[in-house]
Design a protein around this ligand. Sequence first.
Ligand code: CU
Length: 669
Amino acid sequence: MCKKVLSGFLIAALFSGHLSLAQKQANHGTDSLARHLDEVIIITNKSAAQKYEKPLGSIESYLEKSECVNMVRRGAYAWEPYVNGMASERSVTTIGGMRIYAACTDKMDPVTSYVEVSNLSKAIIHNGTSGASTGSTIAGSIDLQPTKAGFGERQLKGRGLLGFESNNGQKIVGGGISFSQPKWYVDVNTTFRNAGDYHAGGGQEILYSQFTKWNFAANAGYKLGEHKEIEASLIYDKATNVGYPALPMDVSLAKAFIGSLSYTQHHISSTIHLWETKIYHNDITHKMDDSKRPYVPIRMDMPGKSRTTGFYSKLVGESGNNHWISTLSGHQNQSRADMTMFANAPGQKDMYMLTWPNVFTNYLDAFVTDDIALSEKFSINISTGIAVHNNVVKDTFGLESLQIFYPEMQRSRTRVLTRASIATQYVQKNWAFKLSVSYGTRAPSVSEGYGFYLFNSFDGYDYIGNPMMRNEKSTSLSAGVSYSKGMLMTKVSSSVFYISDYIVGVPNPQLSGMTIGGNGVKVYQQVSWARIANVVADVNLHLSDNWQWNNNFGYRRGVAALIGNIPFIQPFSYSSDLGYKYKSYGINISMFGNARHNLINPQFGERNLPPFVVFNLSASKQFQIRKLPLMAKAGVENLADTYYATFSDWNAIPRMGRNFYLNLIVSFN
Ligand SMILES: [Cu+2]
């Protein structure tokens, strides 16, 4: 049945003309096939020609434009990336190749929440396991690449940012300065955001949706020799008073320190072009807070902590028609979270639980990828990786608590994770075809393996981890075809993931819940299979030098044994964007919409959602003020002030209503 729907959709997508808000950027910078298979989202565009983007939008709003990423929202801040319809446990997100583990048991702080658009140059999204150099994965990986000044001509550059949004009174202030020399460089940048509650379409105030975020980043590099350099980087990010309207708790503090030191050597030999080694450390602090909520059944304190120390060492080379990259990487993470429930009545005892029992993850990974150009038109990419993954429950009280459910559980568990993929690409005149098969495995996450009574406010269950689970495995097939001629550029691609030993929470009626008013307890189990299919299509028309019309369509379908429909799966969605530019002016009108969300799973708290469509409008102008270039962009989002919620909105909290914004970027060289 699914097949029929998909092929019907493919035909419909090929021959109709809807539109896209998204500006997709294929990476044409290299002839390597692996690069062709990636999706690259440009974040800091130095030419400021970002006519389709809100330049000072959040990093989440940039990622949301990717065809394989959906963002699950629990409020106005820190959205969770779902790659190919799968939750963040099934993908790997890195910042400059660094592994970071979130510190919140309720997913309030995905890795993407600790960076700012001003310190990122681009996001590289790998589909499935091809190109997954950063670790074993099922769904794919996202690598956020930091901006840095780099070595070069002696030059001092600066940038100032100013933004305002009417709907939630968001104020954005930032700036950066960089200095380059042939032998060294240094740059710093900072961004501050402060927002109040937002208002849904129609004017309803969404209480507890405020946030304050301060981000600081710095990079420095020094050339030890003509082809040898060392670089250091630092990101400090601090969010305070963050409301999560879809959850019963807020966050008083989410803080990250992310630092690295790297050594790079170029032109080592005729076959080895580059050797790069990085060591890194990051420290994440997370404090949840319910003190702002007027009524809660019981007051709770739930702090979490995550620390990761790691390295990677990468060799890039070429021999004959082979372009290869080999990566050795490793890290150690420590995740700990606890919960204190304060007694309501005097004389009662407070209750204390370790929700993440000080779990250490030790991980060592080897990965090789090779692009082979078999002819001018035909190329093949082969990649394979193997990792050793070990978990140790350091806290004895936590271990004993879990052993009540799993008496045979050991303190330490080691597993081997493998992955491999083969991809081919054939280019003929205006056509390009690609086909890939990949296999990937993953270990259960800290929550899935060792979580202890983690409340999920969507389905109302307390979740208990299961340390006895096997690896989750996935085989995926993906195919794509693109055609471009004259003003037309069109692309259709599809992927299907067959997952075995799929990890999911299953109700256990024998256990009683901890959360007052909850529905009971779910224990993580493995069901025999799950299938997720994705189809995306683009139809882009370069109508003239002044006019560009982009259209994008997407559809996913996910089903698993025992549970039926997988939650948070995107229904048919479409977007369209018509842009006009003339000299230093730009105007843009865009729309996006979803069909009815009715392939839902009520057991996971999902509800039927009506279809919607929203419209946006923007205008930009490049000024020159005393020789300083100033980019101004003003716009309105959700023009008709439509009230709507999408499949990816936790507890179906409505999205933002009409919002006017103004972004100003001034630069000097
Ligand atoms: Cu949290």
